[in-house]
Ligand binder design. Structure first.
Ligand code: NG6
Ligand code: CA
Length: 505
């Protein structure tokens, strides 16, 4: 009888029973709220992601914690807001490992619960200390903070070098052709996007005019490592192959895979078979390539009969941008497509478009299909996964991660966040959402340009602005003057979050 009662209790509290499903985080790069079919897009077919959404839970208030890549990824893994650690803005090619060994991360927590852990794809959180040793052991890196395996694009593909890091080493590096990376040219004859502009396959609009690889100018300089270099067009295929192999080898134990796609970041250079698939140019074609990747992962899970034992979280690292430094048709071919959906701003911005992004959870047979308006954020995944796997969070870890697991699983009555903080790249500008209200703080005037509309609009009207999202999703009418008390209260709350060391109780 006692036993029966216990079993009943377990059945009623699935969240506390440490089910230990496999976990896959699929993170897109620069994918906006309005870029997918299931979020209303018409111009880029995304049947696989639409299916994921139809069979899972599609969030209308899912957020990345920051409006650029490095800080969102930092807080995804550490569960701590990036602005709390200086130097966590967009990382340069020779940047050091930003997450120090010994830091508890999503990966180290799941490893404690017996998970095999891997990150495959874009890293952009630095390698080495004080800088990467490209020809030697590349550590510290993911393996020193909880991952058993990594296969990485070290930074972003618009930054050098175009090589893969396999655990601690550059794959296929020929010691007779060492890899050299710097932020200055090796000599005055080194061909660059400026000196050899006419030879480029894709011209640049700003930056991206240093070393040329595969006919595309990059940020930063490098020489050597020729046997190790990849073709931009092959990134998606390579990462899917690596992921499938890794999943297949671990199908009998719980695993955690962080699949970190480079789509749809610049330089947008999808595989030839996706080029021309949309009317949006390479930006749209890269969305189709990303959708293909998601479909391949789902196929693998289904083939290995893991679909009912795997939680997928699909998200983006920041909102959309059209011209991010290359001439790839994104601006000219936009037509009526709205990358940020109904929101203003995009990548770099603390307006909703910068961080409110596609967010879908899927777990066949466990998550009831539907749409959720609960507020959830990438910073919350660490604490939520720890809860799912039954690992206790040490008090000094994951300082801002909130366990929103019941909301992620769509349990009835489950609540997401009451208070959500958004940061830009370096933590100069912040957003704060509380229910339907949104406070915007612009310390660095002009830093958050609404780059996804053809019309240029700067957000920087003043230091603080207050918006009511239910009737002003586009944050166009500042109601701060009409709501002085609310404005004061939200400024106080924002200050408290920024100046305190943590928000997790
Ligand atoms: C910016 C780059 C931009 C992109 C971004 C990082 C210039 C002018 N702009 O500095 O192209 O690389 O950094 O993007 O160089 S992120 O998604 O990885 O954060
Ligand atoms: Ca990004």
């Amino acid at each position: 009888m006692k036993h029966a009662a216990f079993v009943l209790l377990l059945a009623l509290c699935p969240v506390f029973a440490a089910e230990k499903p496999n976990i896959i985080v699929i993170m897109a790069d620069d994918l906006g709220y309005g870029d997918l079919g299931c979020y209303g897009a018409k111009a880029a077919p995304t049947p696989n992601i639409d299916r994921l959404a139809a069979e899972g839970l599609r969030f209308t208030s899912g957020y990345s914690s920051a409006a650029t890549c490095t800080p969102t990824r930092f807080s995804l893994l550490t569960g701590t807001y990036a602005f709390r650690q200086k130097g966590t803005g967009v990382a340069p090619p020779n940047g050091p490992a930003l997450i120090k060994p010994g830091t508890e991360t999503m990966a180290s927590l799941l490893k404690k619960a017996g998970y095999a852990t891997a990150v495959i794809g874009k890293w952009h959180l630095g390698l080495g200390d004080p800088k990467p040793d490209w020809n030697g052991e590349l550590k510290p890196g993911p393996l020193e903070i909880g991952f058993d395996h990594c296969f990485l694009l070290p930074t972003t593909n618009d930054r050098v070098p175009q090589v893969h890091v396999d655990d601690h080493r550059v794959r296929n590096l020929d010691p007779k052709d060492p890899l050299w990376v710097d932020d200055k040219a090796p000599d005055e004859n080194h061909p660059t996007g400026i000196t050899h502009r006419g030879t480029l396959r894709m011209d640049w609009t700003h930056g991206h005019n240093n070393t040329i690889h595969n006919g595309i100018g990059r940020i930063g300089f490098y020489t050597g490592g020729n046997a190790a270099r990849f073709r931009d067009e092959d990134l998606g295929d390579t990462w899917i192959k690596e992921s499938n192999q890794w999943i297949e080898a671990r199908k009998d134990a719980p695993f955690f895979l962080f699949f970190s796609s480079h789509d749809i970041h610049v330089p947008r250079m999808p595989h030839e078979r996706f080029q021309g698939k949309t009317t949006l140019g390479f930006r749209g074609d890269a969305i189709v390539e990303f959708d293909w990747s998601v479909g391949e992962i789902m196929k693998t899970l289904e083939r290995l009969k893991l679909a009912e034992n795997t939680l997928i979280v699909l998200c983006s690292d920041n909102g959309p941008v059209l011209d991010d430094g290359y001439v790839d048709g994104a601006v000219e071919k936009l037509g009526v497509h709205t990358p940020a959906g109904p929101f203003s701003g995009g990548k770099y911005s603390v307006l909703e478009g910068g961080t409110r992004t596609p967010f879908i959870t899927w777990w066949k047979g466990r998550i009831r299909p539907g749409v959720s308006d609960e507020v959830v954020c990438t910073v919350d995944l660490a604490a939520s996964f720890a809860a799912l796997a039954g690992v206790a969070l040490p008090d000094d870890a994951c300082l801002d991660s909130q366990d929103v697991l019941p909301a992620l699983l769509g349990e009835s009555g489950a609540k997401g966040r009451d208070v959500l903080l958004q940061q830009d790249n370096n933590g100069n500008n912040f957003g704060l959402r509380m229910g339907g209200w949104k406070l915007v703080r612009m310390k660095n005037k002009g830093a958050s340009k609404a780059v996804v509309t053809k019309k240029k609009r700067t957000d920087a009207g003043g230091t603080y602005q207050l918006y009511h999202l239910p009737d002003d999703a586009a944050e166009s009418k500042d109601v701060g003057a009409e709501q002085p008390e609310r404005l004061e209260a939200m400024i106080a709350k924002m200050d408290e979050i920024i100046t305190s060391a943590r928000t997790r109780k």
